[in-house]
Structure formats: C-alpha cells, structure tokens
Design a protein around this ligand. Structure first.
Ligand code: 5AD
Ligand code: SF4
Length: 443
C-alpha cells in the first residue's frame, strides 16, 4: 500500500480540501500517513494570498529534498499556487511531479496513480466535475467533533489586492438540500459543531431555492442559517462574511436560534474611505460601522473578529490613523493584521507600492498595539463569566488539561479528563491571556 503525506497551508477551505483529498485517496487504496519521511507521495496544499505564504511552498520542497536522503518521494502541489502557476511550477521548483488546481482535487487519485506509474509533469487545472463528492469521511476530518462544510466556493468580488478570485474562480453555491443533508449526517456521526465556510460565506446564492424556507425579503444565507439551525446540530459557526452582503437578517437569525453561535468574522481591511474605495471593497466605513452597531446591539453578546491590511498603495498617515480609530471603536476580540503584499495579476499590482517597507512595519506595530490595548479591555468582559465550551483536544500545556472553543470562538483551556472530549461543558473564566482564556469546569 503506497503511503501519502499531506501538508496543508492556508485557510479553512484548504483544510477542507485536504480532508476530502485524504478521503478520496483512502477510498482508492492509499494509506494516509503522518510520517513525512516514510511517505511515497507528499502532497503540498498551498496558499498564495500573500507572498510569504507562497514562499512556504518553496522552502518546504527544499527541506524535503534535503531530508529525503535515499529516495525522493513523488511530490504533488495542489491549492492556490498550483492553480495560479500551473505548468510553470515544474520549471520553478525542481522535483515537483504533479500539479492539481483548486477545482481538480476530485481527480487526485488519477494524478497520483499516473505519476507513480512513471508519467512526469501531470497537470490538471480543469473545472470541478458535475458529480464532485463533497463528503469527508469521519476519520479524515481535522477533528471528530468539529466539521468544516463548504457552502460556497470562489469569489466574485475582485478586491484589488486579492488573488483569490483568480485562484478559486467564480462563486458557486451548493444547494441548500445538500447542505442540510450533510449537516444531518454529521450530527448523526457525533459532530457537535459545524462551520459553514466560504470565501464570502454570506454571499451564498444557490441556483434553486429548494430546501430553503420562504421568508419574504430575507437573504438566501439567513434562510440557510435557519434551515441548518433546524437540524438540531449543537453549534453552527460560519466564516468568512463579506461586509457588503452582511445584512441585519443574519443577526436576526442568530438572535432567534441559540445553536447559531455568537461570533461573526467580518473583515474590514481599512478604516479609511479613500483606501476602501481603492481596494474596491464595496463598503464605506460608515456602512461597516452601522453593521457593527447592529451586531453589538444583539442580546446574544456576539464576538467580533476582523482582518486588516496596512500599507495599501496610497495609504497616508491620516488614512492609517482612521484605521486605528476604527479599531478602537469596534472593540474586536481579535484582528488578523497584514502588511500589504503585492500579488501579480491583481489590479493593485499595477498601483505604485508607495508605502515603504519600514513604514509598513511601523504602522503594523502601531496597529498591533492599538488592537492589543482594545482587545485586553474587550476580553475582560469574559472574566468570571460562564462560557459553553466544546473540549476538542488534550492540552499540550499540562497532563490533565483540555482545550476547546467557546460559542464565541475563544480558545479556552481548563482542567478536565479525556472523557469530557466532545461533550459541551460550562466553564467559568478565571484568567484572560492575549490569545486564550483559562477557566474551571462548573459541575
Ligand atoms: N496583502 C496583504 N494581505 C492580504 N489579504 C488578502 N490579500 C492580501 C494582500 N495582497 C488579507 C486580507 C484577507 C485575508 C485573508 O488576507 O485581510 O481578508
Ligand atoms: Fe479576496 Fe475580496 Fe474575495 Fe475576500 S472578498 S476573497 S478579500 S477578493
């Protein structure tokens, strides 16, 4: 039996694709191994959203070549870099045997088999097959209790800095009936928390309404949320939301269904209208803040997280200070912050990258400070509160510790036994750290 090792970089969509690739390969007679050195085939699932992410592929193949002293494994590249680079990857990286694009992952066994039987330069950056099977076998999920379920793939937004519309193609939504069927199956198999995922999860728009309840004037996404909540699965989370399509009816649905979790990830990218316009985000800062106000007004105490880019072309010091001000206003529980990284082929690549690297670093550090300050204050609200936590793994920090996530998507560490894994427990928060909370289980 040939052994396959998978290395995954990037977003949840990549994690989800890797889970499906493992499922397909295992079904077709391969063994999925966690030991890279003994693998006959190494597949690298790549991310290209920033230059740094793309470099991980190059250094990973380099390391692999150094380590594999006796026999080089077959090396396959999938994911966003594979889709964007295609054939040129064979020239760019010595040792790559096959390249499989983002919509070709269903044909993974073909790529591996053909390469193992001697074919070189196997390339497939074609479209998804009509009968593509989205299911993941229980044993190949990243967690027995938490499942990622893609409901929409691709992106039509073309924000000027972003490579995703090129690497993931146009938006395509799964049918609601298919999603509900999968959630019911996950629930039957012991999954407690399902994450509906998509580059713009709330832009969900299936071609038919079948499986969606009719609520006049409500978006397809909020109706899907209600349908998924009605399956009775214990927790539903969703990410990533696109501000322009984030309507009040989504918050209404959360307010009305306890199993829709109290966490929204809503990337803002900048606090300056001038920069937002140059990014073609399709929202002004005023519109974004109005959505934040609606979310904050919810009785569910919804936690907010975001993404921010500093140093976009043309960003001046006053523009940047608008971002700092916005961060202080919003009170994000967490913000993922990035220095602008020009990506070839995107419209912003043609703009002058006129914020110097030193200035980008300074702004990044200042924003980090502002966010940390706001976050420290924000997270204090959890102290002494009781949160519902799903223990997912034994903690790496102590022998008797468990780690899981709250409904508001905080990492929570606490003392507990392994029998608690997968069982939602009440935890009183006793200590707040920057990126996680500590607490004790209430009997
Ligand atoms: N440079 C820096 N950050 C980027 N992101 C996307 N493209 C770029 C880029 N070219 C960030 C955005 C997005 C997150 C996933 O990555 O903040 O929301
Ligand atoms: Fe990229 Fe914008 Fe699409 Fe998000 S919405 S994936 S930032 S183009």
């Amino acid at each position: 039996m040939k052994k396959v090792y998978l290395e995954t970089f990037g977003c949840q969509m990549n994690v989800s694709d890797s889970e499906r690739v493992s499922t397909v390969l295992a079904r077709d007679g391969f063994e999925i191994t966690s030991d890279q050195l003994s693998a006959d085939v190494v597949i690298i699932n790549t991310c290209s959203v920033r230059e740094k992410a793309e470099h991980k592929l190059y250094s990973h193949v380099g390391r692999l070549r150094k380590k594999a002293k006796l026999k080089m494994p077959v090396i396959g590249v999938m994911g966003c870099v594979a889709q964007l680079e295609g054939e040129t990857l064979f020239k760019k990286i010595q040792g790559v045997d096959f390249v499989l694009g983002t919509r070709a992952v269903g044909r993974i066994s073909n790529a591996v088999n053909e390469t193992l039987s001697g074919r070189s330069g196997y390339l497939d950056v074609g479209e998804r097959e009509d009968d593509y099977d989205w299911t993941v076998a229980d044993t190949h999920r990243h967690s027995p209790y938490v499942a990622f379920l893609p409901i929409i793939e691709g992106c039509n937004k073309f924000c000027t800095y972003c490579i995703v519309p090129f690497s993931r193609g146009r938006e395509r939504s799964l049918t609601a009936s298919d999603i509900v069927r999968q959630v019911l199956e996950l629930r039957r198999n012991g999954v407690k928390e399902v994450h509906l995922i998509g580059q713009n999860v709330n832009s969900y728009r299936p071609q038919t309404d079948s499986g969606l309840e009719q609520f006049a004037g409500k978006s397809a996404f909020s109706r899907l949320l209600r349908a998924v909540a009605a399956t009775g699965i214990e927790r539903v989370k969703f990410t990533t939301s696109f501000p322009r399509d984030f309507r009040d009816d989504i918050v209404d649905a959360i307010d009305e269904h306890e199993n829709l979790c109290n966490w929204v990830h809503l990337p803002v990218q900048s606090g300056s209208n001038k920069v937002l316009k140059a990014m073609k985000r399709g929202h002004t800062i005023e519109k974004y803040l109005a959505k934040i106000d609606r979310i904050k007004a919810s009785p569910r105490d919804i936690a907010l997280t975001t993404d921010i880019i500093v140093g976009f072309p043309g960003e001046t010091e006053p523009d940047f200070l608008d971002t700092v001000k916005m961060v202080e206003y919003c009170g994000f529980d967490m913000a993922y912050m990035f220095k602008y990284s020009p990506r070839p082929e995107t419209p912003a690549y043609e703009m002058s990258d006129d914020v110097s690297p030193a200035e980008k670093t300074l702004r990044f550090m200042e924003l980090e400070r502002a966010q940390k300050h706001s976050q420290d204050r924000q997270l204090q609200k959890y102290l002494n509160k009781v949160l519902k936590v799903l223990p997912e793994t034994a903690s790496s920090r102590s022998d008797s510790g468990l780690t899981g996530h709250s409904t508001c998507h905080k990492i929570v560490n606490f003392e507990g036994s392994n029998e608690m894994l997968g069982q939602i427990v009440d935890v009183r928060i006793t200590e707040i750290k920057t990126n996680s909370l500590f607490g004790e289980v209430i009997k």
